[in-house]
Write a protein that binds this ligand. Structure first.
Ligand code: ADP
Ligand code: MG
Length: 451
């Protein structure tokens, strides 16, 4: 958006009316607008200190002025330093794509955030992901119906929207209905409210049977709705007969939907039934990283690990925690660069009272034991004592925390997982054959456990 300069100039007028000339010259003169992405005006400050001052002292003023300008596509701003521009570049490109005109019609129908690309695949959901992709590529032929079940906040709705978004990408005219079971029930009730009104009835039938794909979310809410179940039975048969794709989701397996008429239950289970379960630590870490990335928020791996470790049941809660951390940091103008800030932000959500053994704790202890610098150990230096300390730290992190290899890799400055495996295996072997190493590892462990 090239008019961001104009917007910025307009904003500056409002800002200059509210602060002294000295402050204005000192803090605002050197700022440059970069672009608008995800409804935020991105501003570049040459110095970190300027950025911090703006966040600490002028955030509300700028927000007020943004509000006054009343642009529908800007409701916030982000201030970055030149070295952060590259981090934002990807997202800026992405945002431009999403805002382009050709995407407009599909956007209105499905949540544009719920796409396959933004769905992190792990052991807990890989089958669902593969099945959903297959359905999106060849609707109505392979898996019909596709029945997805699993607990709350695990991605069922996301994956259904992803199917819709994906199909619309290649076929903008595809007739797809996604609706919650509640909506379906309400529509059905409306259609029979007035028995004499055949028009309503016809509209209901047409709406749901004239489609290429019907997706019904959370069908456990059909409990006790026998009329709607009957209507769904007929809708199902019609669609199925004409090889139209049906996708259903529920919190439990079709067999456990005991309140359903048997004929409906068996129809639901007649295609492919797949379950989505609670994500493992590695997947939770990847999800948090992805979400933070899309929110333009820089989370150190140490902090990601901490949150993912603590919140282990539900992805919606994981997202909620991230949102809270972002909010907290923006409010106080702080960077999320250490666990204490995160603990404070999440004190109502997680148990922070217990002593937390973190990657930092282990690395700090190893550094002080070998008397090496932390920046060297997590860096690239190849000097023997540093490599030795680094490999022992890697081994200890794996052994004591069970942190995924990829996470350890990013903590140590982006090393790939083969390097991490090599270090871990080497120390594991040495402990058996080399007394000195065995004792060093034991000493550091003792140090850590006494903290
Ligand atoms: P459900 O419908 O199963 O209750 P949702 O689909 O609403 O859950 O997911 C809850 C939140 O978690 C959404 O914001 C969704 O984007 C996110 N989410 C779930 N699974 C994943 C995943 N594998 N990768 C990324 N985000 C996910
Ligand atoms: Mg849902």
């Amino acid at each position: 958006m090239d008019d961001c300069k104009n917007i910025w100039n307009e904003l500056l007028i409002g800002i200059s009316n509210n602060i002294s000339t000295v402050s204005y010259d000192m803090w605002f003169n050197s700022l440059e607008p970069l672009t608008v992405a995800y409804n935020k005006l991105i501003i570049v400050a040459k110095l970190k200190s300027t950025k911090q001052t703006i966040i600490n002292n002028y955030r509300n003023l700028i927000l007020d002025e943004i509000k006054k300008l009343n642009y529908s596509y800007i409701n916030d701003f982000v201030i970055i330093t030149p070295d952060e521009i590259s981090v934002y570049e990807n997202q800026i490109q992405q945002s431009k794509k999403e805002n382009s005109v050709e995407n407009q019609d599909s956007k209105s129908f499905f949540n544009s955030d719920f796409v396959f690309d933004k769905f992190v695949v792990g052991q807990s959901n890989q089958v669902v992901y593969a099945a959903a992709k297959a359905v999106a590529n060849q609707p109505g032929t392979l898996h019909n119906p596709l029945f997805i079940y699993g607990g709350v906040g695990l991605g069922k709705t996301h994956i259904m929207h992803a199917i819709g978004n994906e199909i619309l990408k290649t076929n903008k005219k595809a007739k797809i209905i996604y609706c919650t079971t509640e909506q379906f029930v309400n529509d059905f009730i409306d259609s029979i409210k007035n028995n004499k009104d055949n028009e309503q009835n016809r509209r209901f039938r047409e709406k749901y049977r004239n489609v290429d794909i019907l997706m019904l979310d959370d069908i456990q809410f059909l409990a006790g709705k026998t009329g709607t179940q009957e209507a769904l039975f007929h809708t199902f048969n019609d669609l199925y007969q004409f090889k139209k794709q049906i996708v259903l989701s529920s919190d439990r397996h079709p067999k456990e939907l005991t309140f359903l008429e048997e004929r409906l239950q068996s129809r639901f289970a007649s295609g492919l039934t797949v379950d989505i379960s609670t994500p493992d630590l590695e997947t939770r870490i990847a999800i948090l990283q992805k979400k933070a990335f899309y929110k333009n928020f820089n989370l150190p791996i140490e902090v990601v690990y901490f949150i993912a470790e603590k919140i282990d049941s539900n992805i919606r809660e994981l997202e909620g925690a991230l949102q809270k951390v972002i909010f907290y940091c923006q409010l106080l103008g702080k960077e999320p660069d250490n666990i204490d800030i995160i603990k404070e932000a999440l004190k109502d959500d997680i148990d922070v009272s217990t002593h937390i053994l973190s990657l930092d704790t282990i690395v700090d202890a190893t550094c002080s034991y070998f008397n090496v610098k932390k920046q060297d150990i997590i860096g690239k230096k190849k000097l023997k004592p540093i490599v030795n300390a680094r490999q022992i730290a890697i081994y200890l992190i794996y052994d004591m925390l069970g942190v995924p290899l990829a996470t350890i890799g990013s903590y140590f400055g982006g090393k790939d997982h083969t390097t991490i495996i090599y270090a871990r295996d080497k120390i594991e072997e040495l402990i058996k054959t080399d007394n000195l190493i065995a004792n060093q590892v034991k000493d550091i462990k003792n140090m850590i456990q006494k903290r």
